[in-house]
Each structure stands twice: as C-alpha cells, then as structure tokens.
Write a protein that binds this ligand. Structure first.
Ligand code: NAD
Length: 354
C-alpha cells in the first residue's frame, strides 16, 4: 500500500490511494465527511480508462453519500471506494483482501459495502481482514446481506408517490422504463410488475434484459432508446450522468425516479427537467434503502427497523418536492441544501480524520 494524502482544495476530508502490485489492486477511498459519524458508502469495481476518471467518480460518489446519509437521518458521514478493475486475469479474493487491508488502515473512519460490480462474496473476503465492512450475510437475527432489495423498495415507494403526485392515480397501467436490470433494477421490475405497471427495459447484458422480459413481461429496447421511450416514468438504474442537456430534451416521461447514483450530469440539469415539467426525484434521497440496511447491520439492528425507515423515504421526498414547488427551485438543489444544513449543524461535534 502506498501514498495517502489529504486534498487541499477538494471538499473531501481525505483522499487515499492504494496500489498493491502483488494483487493488482488500484483503489481510491474518499472520506468526504465525518461530521455526522464514520464515513459509510459502498465500493465500486469498474473499468476506468484512466486514474483521473476513477478519482472523479470516487469524489462525486463520496459527496453524494454524505448527503444521502444526512437526509436519511443516519449517524454516519459520507465516503466511497473505487477499485480500478485490473486488465487481464487476477485473483479476485486476493484483490478484495488487499482492499480490505486498505479499508482497515483507515481505522474505522470509512466503512465499506457493495456497489456496482461488487458482491456479497467480495465483502466476505474484505471481512476476513477488517471489521469495517457491511453487506455480509445475516443469520436472520439482525439486518444484513445484499442491500439491493432495500434500495429497490425505497425507489419503488418513491416512484409510486411521484406518479400519484405528478400524474394522479395509481401505478397500475402506467408505463415505466427501467434502465439497467442489475441487482436493483431487476428487483424494482418485480415490485412494479406486482403493482400492475407495464415495463420497458434495456441492459448492456442481453441476457439480463431477456430475464426481465421473461419474468415480468417487460418490452426490451436498445440501451440508446431507453431514455426517449414513450413512457410515463423513467427509472435510471445503471450508471450516473445519464441525464444531460441532450437526453433531457428527448425524454417523453413526466417522472424520473431511479436508483442510479449521480443521475444528473451537472446540477443545472435539475432545472432543465423542472422547466420541461418533469418531476425529478433526487437520486440519493430515493436510493437510500441500501445504506439504511448497511447502517442497521453495523449497529446490530433488526430488519424490521430497516423496513420502517425505508418506508419513510417517500415522506422525505414529499417534503423536498413541496419545498421545490414553493421555491421554484429544482428538487436536487433543495435536497442538497437540506442535507448541507444537517451536516453544518453537526459540524461543531465533527470528528476529524486522524
Ligand atoms: P448492477 O451492476 O447490479 O446493475 C447495473 C446494470 O446496469 C447491469 O446489469 C449493467 O449491465 C447495466 N448497464 C450498464 N450500463 C448500461 C446502459 N448504458 N444501459 C442499460 N443498462 C446498463 O448495479 P446495482 O447494484 O443494481 O446498482 C445500479 C445503480 O444503483 C448504480 O448506479 C448504483 O450506484 C446505484 N445504487 C445501488 C445501490 C445498491 O443497493 N445496490 C444502492 C444505491 C445506489
């Protein structure tokens, strides 16, 4: 493991780089804020063209986690890890153990879990070298396991609220386009299908899209056609920055509500959506179910507590949308302001990272 440094200008409290040639690990861990408690956020395992892209992703994701945890009322700050996927063959277990040692070196100031590209088995490898990890299998006596179903539940309940608010009436008969049917998107499809919604899906993996068609009667479209599909709702559940000036122009949906982190390419896109009369449900507010489960696992709480907290996400969405309507501001700006106020209030007691 090498180099650890704290940024001078970036808003993050600490940015650490880890290189372990023996396993091929190249990772960045960003602790954005510990004002509310230890920084909690998942670990992304992805192919990046260059290190700068991975750093930019980690910084953006970590800041989002600070706001997500604050708005969800969790006693945790925000952080995120990004592992650059090695080219060629590698020993996955050894790589995640090396990552676990990196997490351990931060002395509990960062707690990791699953994100895009990582699975429960990876977190088990991490757990073999550090206790600062969640998303591990549960024996049923307390919360734990894959956080994705909880994320999907929070998104589903929020989407239902957003449809009632913007379009009136229930979900049954409404059309929803789900971009990405991975861990969260597939479960979201199940819940939407159960509630009578008609589905349109796209996924980079034809196999996954076909599974959604088979299980939930979804119509499959090409990934580049998904956002402009003639539907009531678009649910981005793949990667970030999919809503930009051009894609927003092409949207036919009146509601955007999905699980993907950092859906807006730039904050101004929130105003662009509002100007087109499209209700945007802020991503980190509605996708907090997973981190709510992760935190409950760390605190040894029961799954019933997770269920209760996740079911309250639509209340917070309603408060943000009410304030957005009253002020004429984009819901993303309102959510950011609310989250920053919560963090600022806690700042006097903030623990500094050693
Ligand atoms: P995942 O890797 O299981 O699924 C992502 C899916 O998107 C994959 O099937 C992939 O093939 C597909 N995909 C990638 N690019 C695509 C494109 N351009 N068009 C269509 N499909 C595409 O990841 P996940 O855990 O389901 O997470 C999905 C999103 O939700 C991510 O942005 C993640 O950060 C966010 N999120 C996840 C959780 C969680 O609990 N897993 C919590 C909060 C936020």
């Amino acid at each position: 493991m090498t180099e650890t440094f704290t940024t001078g200008n970036a808003p993050a409290e600490k940015v650490s780089f880890f290189d372990d040639p023996a396993t091929g690990l190249r990772a960045i861990i960003v602790i954005h804020s510990t004002a509310l408690g230890p920084a909690a956020g998942g670990c992304r395992f992805w192919s990046y063209a260059q290190k700068d892209d991975a750093v930019a992703d980690a910084l953006r994701l970590a800041e989002g986690m600070t706001y997500k945890n604050a708005l969800a009322g969790l006693p945790f700050g925000g952080g995120k890890a990004v592992i650059m996927r090695p080219e060629g063959e590698f020993d996955r277990e050894a790589l995640f153990k090396a990552f676990g040692r990196a997490v351990d070196s931060l002395s509990g100031n960062y707690i990791t879990a699953e994100d895009v590209g990582t699975h429960v088995s990876d977190m088990q490898a991490v757990r073999s070298v550090t206790r600062h990890v969640a998303g591990l299998p549960s024996d049923g006596s307390h919360a734990g396991g894959d956080p994705s179903p909880w994320t999907a539940l929070g998104v589903f309940l929020s989407l239902r609220h957003a449809v009632e608010r913007r379009l009136g009436g229930k979900l049954a008969g409404r059309t929803v386009a789900v971009q990405g049917v991975g861990n969260v998107g597939m479960e979201l499809c199940r819940l939407l299908h159960q509630d009578g919604a008609q589905l349109v899906v796209a996924d980079g993996s034809a196999e996954r899209a076909a599974k959604a068609a088979h299980l939930y009667g979804a119509v499959v479209v090409a990934p580049d056609e998904l956002l402009s599909a003639d539907v009531d709702v678009v649910a981005p559940c793949a990667l970030g920055a999919v809503l930009n000036e051009r894609s927003i122009e092409s949207l036919k949906a009146k509601v955007v509500c999905g699980a993907a982190n950092n859906q807006l390419a730039v904050p101004e896109d929130g105003r662009r959506l509002a100007a087109r009369g499209i209700l945007y449900a802020p991503d980190y507010l509605v996708n907090a179910g997973g981190i709510i489960n992760v935190v409950a696992e760390k605190m040894g709480e029961a799954s019933a507590a997770v269920d209760e907290r996740v079911r309250r996400i639509p209340e917070r969405l309603a408060a943000v949308l009410d304030a957005a309507e009253a002020s004429g501001e984009g819901p993303n700006f309102v959510a950011d302001a609310m989250a920053r106020a919560i963090v600022a209030e806690a700042r006097p007691q903030a623990r500094r990272v050693a």
